[in-house]
Design a protein around this ligand. Structure first.
Ligand SMILES: Cc1ncc(COP(=O)(O)O)c(C=O)c1O
Ligand SMILES: Nc1ccccc1C(=O)C[C@H](N)C(=O)O
Length: 444
């Protein structure tokens, strides 16, 4: 068995698990031990590497102060610190180095990209997205549409699952694009849906959008570091992502963006800042902006070096373990195992029956994430029944008290995401054991 597929041991030993007693796991038999952490889809774990690199930056700041911008004890001068990160990030999203920039935050970058790429006309002004996108995206879409004088109710088309289904069918998404082709300016889905865990068919959505003359952008918050991506080859126009989930860069960590090289000569930064100015003359402080070619021309401010160092540490580990294809192989096995255990639970209700069973009186759960491994990433989303019955909160409480960290999404969903870098089969086993125990207790 290869290191990749031996699910009994973590792929990397560098990641620090949260400690049971620190997270309120009062019923855990081992208060001083690491918890079962299945929440890397919300916030990834700290690695020793990131920890060390952040410490090094603090030390460099303390010992060299402003000199550290140009001369650095670990050869990471701050002026060019993102040069180390960009190639690693480009590899993870399937891009060339000039197509990516390590900058800002996800929602900031989303606005920045929409300001450049959402150019509505009287005929083509609509945005197509999935229904119930992450709220920040919904707010961003609505505010952009309004800023251009359109009515969000009319200009935003949200694609919803069919009645009795939880996720979107590819044919329905493509059908909506075709039916509205002449009025769509921008197609912008999340690569992986934060609530359902559905991995959208990115290649075919992008192709259809482009064939119909639309711009196609992606929010890759839940896809970055989770599934292999080929943004360049898929001909995606732009994409944005955060790095604090599967990328393990730390809370509020520095984000990323992608602009296809086809646009580099066409779309120049609309809201320029000095950090987007070409490096050769940046510090001569010329009055006229001359952008770095490609995505990095869109940088506005000098990046937070502590945040860059933290991301760099984690991305080095991605590279060392063999990158996203290796991680995906392990992820399919881990999530497949978790899926199997959950489906074997006596409380599991198949998704097809869950709609009619939603008013049943005894507690149970279904899985709303697609059962096809190709249509999901690491995450499984569990919907607790009866819907609105308050079961989820009680199960979540039981899990955390026993040292299992998933996350709750009101009103009825718990998300569990085994991260292939640090989770093992034992984590999945423990999560399902305590989940069953919680439901046993509630069934009494
Ligand atoms: C899909 C998606 N979009 C946007 C965001 C918002 O990210 P940020 O707060 O980093 O801008 C998140 C997570 O918080 C997310 O999951
Ligand atoms: N940044 C956060 C800060 C606090 C609490 C949650 C978040 C999240 O990132 C939520 C995530 N986007 C999610 O899919 O739930």
């Amino acid at each position: 068995m290869s290191a990749t597929t031996d699910l009994n041991v973590p792929l990397s030993n560098e990641f620090l698990r949260p400690i049971n007693r620190e997270i309120g796991a009062v019923d855990s038999p081992e208060p001083g031990n690491g918890a079962v952490y299945l929440c890397g889809n919300s916030l990834g774990l700290l690695s020793n590497r990131s920890n060390q690199m952040v410490q090094e930056e603090l030390k460099a700041w303390g010992t060299r102060a402003v000199v550290g911008h140009f001369s650095h004890p670990q050869d990471r001068p701050w002026v060019t610190c993102t040069d180390k990160v960009n190639p690693l990030m480009a590899e993870l999203v399937g891009a060339n180095e000039k197509e990516v920039a390590c900058m800002g935050t996800l929602t900031n970058n989303l606005h920045l990209m929409m300001d450049s790429f959402y150019k509505p006309t009287a005929e083509r002004y609509k945005i197509v997205c999935e229904a119930k996108a992450f709220p920040s995206d919904q707010y961003a879409f609505a505010s952009q549409v309004k800023a251009h004088g359109f009515d969000p109710e009319e200009a935003i088309i949200e694609v919803s699952p069919r009645d009795g289904e939880y996720t979107l069918r590819e044919e329905d998404i493509l059908g909506v694009l075709e039916a509205n082709a002449s009025s769509i300016a921008l197609v912008l889905f999340s690569g992986i849906q934060y609530y359902t865990g559905q991995y959208f068919p990115m290649k075919s959505i992008t192709k259809k959008a482009k064939d119909l003359g639309c711009i196609c952008g992606w929010d890759l918050a839940h896809a970055f570091g989770n599934v292999p991506l080929s943004l360049h080859d898929w001909d995606v126009d732009f994409a944005v992502w955060c790095t604090y989930k599967y990328g393990n860069s730390g809370p509020g960590g520095i984000a990323g963006l992608f602009i296809h090289e086809r646009w580099h000569k066409v779309e120049k930064p609309k809201y320029a800042g000095w950090w987007g100015h070409e490096l050769a003359t940046r510090f001569k402080m010329p009055p006229k902006f001359s952008p770095t070619p490609g995505a990095q021309g869109f940088q506005q401010s000098n990046p937070c070096v502590l945040a860059v160092a933290s991301l760099y540490g984690s991305l080095q580990i991605f590279k060392e373990v063999g990158g996203t294809s290796v991680l995906r192989e392990r992820s399919l096995l881990l999530t497949g195992h978790l899926d199997q255990l959950l489906r074997a639970s006596k409380y599991f209700v198949p998704p097809g029956e869950a709609i009619t069973a939603s008013k049943r009186s005894s507690p149970g759960f279904t899985i709303i994430t697609p059962s096809d491994p190709e249509a999901r990433g690491a995450q499984l989303s569990l919907l607790f029944l009866p819907v609105g019955g308050g079961i989820m909160v009680k199960v979540f409480d039981y899990l955390i008290k026993h040292g299992v960290v998933g996350d709750e999404r009101e009103p009825d969903v718990i998300r569990l995401a085994p991260a292939p870098l640090y989770n093992t089969i034992a984590d999945c086993d423990a999560a399902v054991r305590y989940l069953n125990e919680a439901l046993d207790t509630l069934s009494k």
